[in-house]
Design a protein around this ligand. Structure first.
Ligand code: S3P
Length: 179
């Protein structure tokens, strides 16, 4: 048994960092849906948004997820909006255990706006866009996840250990714990 682990959550929650570390510990391959898209198109996510628009990006995102349907032994970090389409949610749930990584809004905003590479926050009032995106997405993350992982106030190492403990002995039959 080599179940895939799928990380979902808002921009800035730390999916890629945690995913890479988790993959290392589990001996899984680490994949990131944004990286799959940039490798395929040769463009950054910001370039795709500005040249072709968000709808085209969402098509590429769905294609990337479809392409992973047969993958085994992976940890996948998804883009923060990957859960928006019903098809994507089904693909992700069929692919593996879905873990929602979250943190308090101020931490998320601070981290998400740090890189300057997130087109959805490159707007006139980023905090207000952030707030409305977060509010609309929270129920979707919650409904999609098998497990919720709150990283507020924790170091990367602490988050990893918390997740490993939760995954240990967790079977599909047992209702997902909230940790
Ligand atoms: C997005 C999140 C980004 C990236 C794109 C859109 C979103 O990924 O896919 O900018 O809609 O929340 P991260 O969550 O890795 O920043």
């Amino acid at each position: 048994m080599n179940p895939n682990i799928i990380l979902i959550g808002f921009m800035g929650c730390g999916k890629s960092t945690l995913g890479r570390r988790l993959a290392g510990r589990l001996g899984h391959e680490f994949l990131d849906s944004d990286d799959i898209i940039t490798a395929k198109t040769g463009k950054s996510i910001a370039q795709i948004f500005s040249d072709e628009g968000e709808t085209h990006f969402r098509e590429l995102e769905t294609e990337a997820l479809r392409g992973l349907a047969a993958a085994r032994g992976i940890v996948l970090a998804t883009g923060g909006g990957a859960v928006l389409r019903e098809e994507n949610r089904t693909l992700l749930k069929n692919l593996g255990k879905v873990v929602w990584l979250h943190a308090d809004p101020d931490t998320l905003f601070e981290r998400a706006s740090r890189s300057g590479r997130r087109p959805l926050l490159e707007v006139e009032n980023p905090r207000s866009s952030f707030n409305s995106l977060l509010e609309s997405r929270l129920p979707v993350y919650r409904a999609t996840a098998n497990l919720e992982l709150d990283a507020t106030g924790l170091s990367h190492e602490q988050v990893l250990e918390k997740l490993l403990r939760a995954l240990d002995g967790w079977t599909a039959e047992i209702p997902a714990p909230q940790i």
